[in-house]
Design a protein around this ligand. Sequence first.
Ligand SMILES: Nc1nc2c(ncn2[C@@H]2O[C@H](COP(=O)(O)OP(=O)(O)OP(=O)(O)O)[C@@H](O)[C@H]2O)c(=O)[nH]1
Length: 193
Amino acid sequence: MPTAITGVILCGGQATRMGGNDKGLLLLQGKPLYQHVAERLQPQVTHIILSANRNLEQYRQSYPTFADSFTGFAGPLAGLLTGLQNSQTEWAAFVPCDVPFLPADLIERLWAARQDAFIAYAHDGVRAHPTLCLLHRSMITPLMQFLQQGDRKLMLFFEQNGAQAVYFRDRIQAFQNINTPADLHHLSLLDKI
Ligand SMILES: Nc1nc2c(ncn2[C@@H]2O[C@H](COP(=O)(O)OP(=O)(O)OP(=O)(O)O)[C@@H](O)[C@H]2O)c(=O)[nH]1
């Protein structure tokens, strides 16, 4: 592992499937979703920052929070750019605010399996989870160019930049995410995975 990795929680989406409610602030078992994610991430990184586009003051009560530099809800890639631009370390690890049971060994395994790639992302054996990823600071310029061209597809950017998929076939349950009120209800009935 490098000596320092910034952990970035992506909280900046529009959450249309959740009726527009800010997903990171939704309560799961009485605690905001982003706090569940932060607790899982904290032991794996040097420090945590947040990327958000709404309710910035509320998020800032917990962690340094940055609005997207590329405006207009451009999607998760805009969050990756914001995170890298505000990271004080060469490498940053990204996770979405809606995966409360993310693997406790996520970053260690992404790092170990990344080989020479500047991007490594999680794959559960069935689906890719590109918002759970590790990126090197050298991706700032290509990311800006990609967004300026009007491109928004995360996997396209990753494929064009030699991203390494890292498999977590043993931890498929840990990638359950929350997109809808029904997902929130379902996960609220589970104990920690
Ligand atoms: N910083 C930032 N994060 C984003 C943006 N769009 C999505 N995200 C985050 O990326 C992760 C995956 O987002 P999605 O669930 O696909 O999109 P969403 O906008 O949150 O939700 P839907 O509108 O229902 O698709 C979540 O953690 C979002 O908060 C954005 O424009 N900026």
